[in-house]
Write a protein that binds this ligand. Sequence first.
Ligand SMILES: Nc1ncnc2c1ncn2[C@@H]1O[C@H](COP(=O)(O)OP(=O)(O)O)[C@@H](O)[C@H]1O
Ligand SMILES: [Mg+2]
Length: 268
Amino acid sequence: MISLRNVSFRYSEDDPWVLQDISLEIPQGQLSVIIGPNGSGKSTLAELITGLLEPSSGNILVGGLDTREHPPHMRGRVGLVFQNPEHQFFHTTVAEDVAFGPQNLGLSPEEVEERTERVLREVGLWDLAQENPMKLSWGQKQLVAIAGILAMEPACLILDEPTSMLDPPSKKAVRSLIRRFRDRTGCTVLWITQDMEELVGAQRVIVLNRGRIAFDGGWKELLGLESLLQGMGFQRPTALELVSFLEKRGLVEEAHLLLFRWEELLSW
Ligand SMILES: Nc1ncnc2c1ncn2[C@@H]1O[C@H](COP(=O)(O)OP(=O)(O)O)[C@@H](O)[C@H]1O
Ligand SMILES: [Mg+2]
């Protein structure tokens, strides 16, 4: 569904390359997590796939169409939840902001109203529908931004560090919300994060480092690649350290149980 072919990008000819020779095939319906340190190019990649930026070289195809000629966000095929939710707010109430996307898709007023109420209930913010989004807490802003994109029901959903400012219960709730949304609509999900725990149970993990793909595969395999993770400044999750600790002491069964429970608690 999304195809990047030898994509490189820099913001201007005087700037350094931000992304270099990225090639990716992402099938419809896949749930991928993109992880990488600050400045590795994650947000830039998201804006390229959405068609907000054009590659300096190479091509990006979404649903077979080149993003240069047919920006997929214009047709509602790709929805991006920005890292900074304020980039998405233009109106004076939460409800108006959430309704903006579906209105632009040309849906009937009834359909727009129904979707707005449904997604705001799903993220638990229906009570704040008439508030000014700029006056909410940062975490609530993130939820409004997510609701606004879900209301468009895009074929591909890109979320750029969507849970960075949420408390732990809300983090978990947003992940299951996105999971349910994907199961209902069959959309492709690209979940951008710096949180190692959000890899657990992902169908695919793509690691970006200094503008290149440093890893593309399964989450379990990645968690075993200690030198790669350390090189990027990522620490193995504490639970895995505990598992190794138990194993070294011969408590293999306990280690196995702990690992099982950890996966169960965190999994997508
Ligand atoms: N508008 C811009 N103009 C010039 N350079 C930019 C701009 N936005 C981001 N960059 C640079 O591109 C690189 C990648 O940034 P970004 O995609 O935001 O990374 P990440 O999301 O992984 O933190 C950084 O070095 C950043 O300074
Ligand atoms: Mg970013």
